[in-house]
Design a protein around this ligand. Sequence first.
Ligand code: SF4
Length: 211
Amino acid sequence: MFDKDTSGEVPEHRDFVYDVLKPFCEKEMGIKFNILHASKTYDDVFHHIIVRGPHKGLKRGFAWPGMCAVNRDCKIPPIDKYKKGLSPNAVTYVGIALDEPVRLARLDGTNKISLLEKYKLTENDATALCAQYGLLSPIYGHCRRNGCWFCPNASDAELRHILTHHPKLFEQLLQWEQEDNLFHRRITRTETPSEVKARLLADHRVGCSIS
Ligand code: SF4
């Protein structure tokens, strides 16, 4: 969750999960479908006060690319907690395709299984299969990956989508950027939210004038 009321998923993907994927799994396939939530939100992660080191006393600020505190504090804990209630022999199925050898190699020695590898399906095969069953998330209409809408690894296409289709969400990032005592004010590796907004809108104006 972004905060206690707002999902961290891109809104169209959040709706897809609740309105399409969950009913399909439960009604068409008879699969139990639990949506897990962490006790912490991105709001908590962002406003965490650093308690030691040279930045002690500052708010942590936006998540960092490559060291995402949201992954550590919000994404992993509820999954680990859920798995503790399962049999020790329970396996985890992960969505890693046949043409992702580096990620597949990391599954060796774990209890994680890729069904896409088992059935020899590439990323393109998986996309086609999802499309065939009406299970392709709408986010693939504007980008190639799915992540939190405030992700520090988001591409320009993902950021532009939030900026133009969900301006109230982007406005939240702009407001947080203005807070005092922030350690990390950049939302991407190099730019603050207001810098991202100015660049993407300028790109759009250039694109419009060329066309
Ligand atoms: S999608 Fe991005 S923001 Fe969300 S947990 Fe992963 S790295 Fe962090």
